[in-house]
Design a protein around this ligand. Structure first.
Ligand code: GLA
Length: 299
């Protein structure tokens, strides 16, 4: 591997299917139009210059997974860190795309997952890396995490994705993520109830999108939130209050805590044209409106 390289990858939202990827469940994320770009070249030692702190262990781990020698790297990003848009997957997949642009997207995503697990000690699933690698504009990615089979589900142009930053930013390593994973794997009834019901909701959500029906979407998001709050216990009172505020906003179909939880962000789906009213109803919080985008390895 000689010479310099540049790779770019998007952040992601997860429409539905939370805390089920590492249990072989089905998830429905989408890549979104916020990007991390990394450039690099072989060097004497490892370095990363970036306005996002703490990226080097991730970037180095994925480069090592791909067999690259030491690299001097530079990253720029408009994926906000710690806010639930998976800035880590965007960084990992950008490095993979820069170093190995011809790699199969699923193989790249798996290398990125291993790298994240190694860099952080958090036993993350495959969802975020698959979305950043293989998402496609105008679509969500329906991924079966047991078989890694995926299918792209059309996402309508006139539905707006809003991501509300709860302001509670955290690194996954500082959360009970591994503990929740362990509780679910060992069959704790409440945790299993979430996993089983969430997988059903993912299937129903994807079927509604396939059929061009939006009636069921909002209730499925709300039910997902309640299950994450009460059965999987990954929400916080402040996020619950934010979600309820979103539910009450004009033009909001539904909303739920998104990503690992324990703070982070809230996903809401809005009718198009409802953006300004929604932002006004959530005055005081940062609301980001996103559009679906192509993953780094989407072809
Ligand atoms: C984080 C992990 C994912 C997934 C979600 C929860 O984003 O990186 O693998 O487990 O939490 O759904």
């Amino acid at each position: 591997m000689n010479g310099s390289w540049t790779g770019r990858a998007p952040g992601r939202v997860n429409l539905i299917g939370e805390h089920v990827d590492y249990l072989g469940g089905v998830v429905l994320p989408a890549a979104v139009d916020r990007f991390t770009t990394v450039s690099g070249a072989p060097a004497e030692g490892w370095s990363l210059v970036s306005d996002v702190p703490e990226g080097l262990p991730y970037a180095r781990a994925v480069a090592e997974e791909l067999g690259a020698p030491a690299q001097a790297m530079r990253a720029t990003s408009d994926v906000p860190p710690g806010a639930g848009l998976s800035s880590s997957a965007a960084l990992l997949v950008a490095v993979a795309a820069g170093l190995e642009p011809d790699l199969d997207g699923a193989a790249a995503a798996l290398a990125c997952q291993r790298a994240e697990q190694r860099a952080t000690g958090v036993q993350v699933g495959v969802m975020d890396q698959f979305a950043a690698a293989l998402g496609r504009r105008g679509h969500a990615l329906l991924l079966d995490c047991a078989t890694l089979a995926y299918r792209r589900v059309p996402f309508p142009d006139d539905l707006v994705i809003a991501v509300v930053d709860s302001g509670v930013h955290r690194s996954l390593a500082d959360t009970p993520y591994n503990q929740r994973r362990h509780e679910a794997e060992s069959g704790m009834p409440k945790r299993r109830r979430h996993v089983e019901s969430e997988v059903e909701r993912v299937r129903a959500f994807a079927a509604a999108l396939d059929a061009g029906e939006r009636g069921p979407l909002g209730e499925l998001l709300k039910a997902s939130h309640r299950s994450l709050r009460d059965d999987f216990e990954v929400s916080t009172p402040a996020v619950d209050a934010l979600v309820e505020r979103a539910w009450a906003a004009p033009g909001c179909l539904g909303a739920r805590i998104m990503g690992a939880g324990f703070g982070g962000s809230v996903l809401a789906l809005l009718e198009s044209g409802a953006e300004a009213g929604f932002a006004a109803a959530l005055d005081g919080w940062t609301v980001r409106f996103c559009r679906t985008a192509d993953g780094a390895f989407a072809r």
